[in-house]
Design a binder for this molecule. Structure first.
Ligand SMILES: Cc1ncc(COP(=O)(O)O)c(C=O)c1O
Ligand SMILES: N[C@@H](CCOP(=O)(O)O)C(=O)O
Length: 555
């Protein structure tokens, strides 16, 4: 096997793809797909998410030898494990990776800074749109372009493969995807955001992009409604085949894959920066979580061999994930009863009628975390494997179990409690914390007072969870807390937290030049009802207009 990496499968069925380079659906109906298939399809036809048939286990001597690599060289070593060179030759993949990270404002791409005590911050906001999404979406934009150029060689007009990307955003995925795809040939982008529920800067970052292939839709509803509309479009065979839908949300496997790189990179950065930390030592990662895509990448890094003591999930008051880890039940709406039973939290937070609460960290105002399905598959697979049957049977069982859980989620609003062994196995690798709005503001304030660092509210949710985790685990275990956005994107929460600090000046201390004057720019956005068929009609109409203009030579 190349790269010195083993997989624990039964060998490849074809000569060109290792098991980690072939993909299956979490719901069991789709398998044997290539990387290109899963990147272009986004969501499996059975409604499941794609995962590699095997996670490559990287021998210690191999991953430890990566410790001094640049971000882009490390990214190549990791990403190439999941893509056959017969699909993307090594030189092409290196070029895609180099171009993707050349747009970042620091050569380090994702620098690690010491925050306080044993807590370090992994700054993921140095890309074009100042949020962690850029790390994956710059890469995904270039991947789409690479595949489309190849597919369209020698083709003209309507014969060309035209990808229609539809995505849902609670604020950050939208602008990152738009910046990754604006002006690219043969792609239209439709980005759905909940009207009035993203921060003013996030909204402007999206709606001031006027490229002909970018379409912003403001949906009357919340983020989950937007995500449901996207899934309904993918489930509609007609629009899917006529418009070749593509996904930029973390349902797209390439998003998770690109994110695994910064788990390794920050681990090596810590070893370079801290004298007391040696390669091979354990670390904890703390991740502000909503759709569960960011932390899931950490789970892949762990399974590949990175020494991770625990992955700590940090939720805001939309706490479905925290309730799962506490109770084993994954239920959309808090039911009445004690907190310990997964019911209404003791501090009396009232859920909105639709179950989602608007918080200070709006990008995490998500009720159903789409990537949790991928983790469920691994939990179900581990459980099935204890029966002593063959691997094919284990995978089939895992697919059936996930399908049944997701069916209950759709039809009954939740599932669980899951089997004790399943919950125990989830708890072996993860812990969870729920952080209230008040605690978020207090954390922004105290970190500013103690070390002069301004946190964005999502990052503050993580830092508060990290402080609690340090109390449990002890200060010997370093904590890497992921900083998922720049504070200037959330001026409301940051100003509220720091308004009484005499020396605090938002414009001087926080605001980047790139955001100045954004509100004076021309905007383009369409309002649309929370109705997937209305969105479908709009998509059809606007793609047709775009293609007609292109054929006439004006776009
Ligand atoms: C700033 C910020 N932090 C955290 C998250 C949560 O990440 P994930 O959805 O991958 O769990 C998001 C949105 O996804 C975000 O935009
Ligand atoms: N917080 C996200 C929500 C979408 O999540 P994704 O990671 O699945 O794209 C956002 O900012 O849009």
């Amino acid at each position: 096997m190349s790269n010195g990496v083993a997989t624990n499968g039964n060998g490849s069925q074809d000569q060109t793809h290792t098991p980690s380079q072939r993909y299956l659906s979490t719901r069991g109906e789709d398998s044997g797909l290539s990387f290109e298939d899963v990147v272009l399809k986004g969501l499996a036809s059975d409604g499941g998410l794609y995962i590699p048939e095997e996670v490559p286990v990287v021998p210690e001597s191999v991953w430890q030898s990566w410790k001094d690599l640049s971000f882009t060289d490390l990214a190549y070593n990791i990403i190439s494990l999941y893509i056959s060179p017969s699909e993307i030759p090594a030189e092409d993949l290196k070029d895609i990776i180099n171009r993707s990270y050349a747009t970042f404002r620091t050569p380090d791409v994702t620098p690690l800074v010491h925050l306080q005590g044993s807590i370090h911050l992994l700054e993921l906001f140095h890309g074009p749109t100042f949020a962690f999404k850029d790390v994956a979406l710059q890469f995904l934009g270039n991947l789409f372009e690479y595949f489309l150029v190849r597919k369209n060689q020698g083709k003209e007009g309507r014969d060309r493969y035209h990808l229609t990307v539809v995505g849902a955003t609670s604020g950050d995925t939208g602008s990152a995807a738009i910046y990754g795809l604006r002006g690219k040939k043969d792609v239209s982008v439709f980005m759905l955001h909940p009207k009035g529920k993203v921060s003013p800067v996030q909204e402007l970052q999206m709606t001031t992009v006027l490229d002909a292939n970018v379409h912003n839709l403001a949906v009357t509803g919340n983020f989950d409604n937007c995500q449901d509309i996207v899934k309904a479009l993918f489930a509609d065979p007609e629009i899917n085949s006529t418009h070749k839908l593509g996904a930029v949300n973390s349902i797209n496997w390439a998003r998770i894959l690109a994110q695994t790189v910064y788990y390794f990179y920050s681990y090596f950065s810590l070893a370079r920066q801290s004298e007391s930390f040696n390669i091979g030592d354990n670390v904890r990662f703390v991740v502000p979580s909503g759709n569960f895509g960011d932390i899931l990448a950490g789970y892949f890094a762990f399974r590949m061999g990175l020494p991770v003591d625990k992955l700590v999930i940090a939720t805001n008051e939309n706490d479905i994930l925290d309730r799962f880890w506490k109770t084993g039940c994954y239920t959309k709406k808090p039911v009445s009863g004690s907190k310990a039973e997964g019911g209404v939290p003791e501090d009396g937070v009232k859920a909105h009628e639709d179950g989602v609460k608007e918080t200070m960290s709006p990008a995490m105002d998500i009720m159903v975390s789409s990537n949790f399905e991928r983790l469920l598959w691994f939990l179900a697979y581990q459980f099935a494997s204890s029966a002593g049957m063959d691997d094919e049977w284990n995978k089939k069982q895992a697919g059936q179990e996930v399908s049944s859980w997701l069916k209950d989620l759709k039809e009954k609003g939740g599932f669980g409690p899951v089997y004790k062994d399943v919950l125990e196995s989830a708890r072996r690798n993860f812990e969870s914390e729920r952080v209230s709005d008040q605690e978020t503001l207090d954390t922004i304030k105290s970190l500013y007072q103690e070390v002069g660092y301004v946190l964005d509210p999502h990052t503050a949710v993580g830092v508060e969870a990290a402080r609690r985790s340090v109390k449990r685990a002890g200060s010997d275990i370093p904590h890497i807390s992921l900083s998922t956005a720049h504070p200037a994107k959330f001026s409301g929460a940051v100003t509220l937290a720091l308004q009484d600090e005499a020396d605090f000046d938002f414009a001087a201390k926080v605001l980047p030049q790139e955001f100045v004057g954004l509100d004076q720019k021309e905007k383009r956005v369409n309002d649309v009802a929370n109705d997937w068929t209305a969105v479908r009609e709009l998509v059809r109409k606007q793609v047709e207009e775009e293609l007609t203009a292109r054929d006439a030579g004006s776009a």
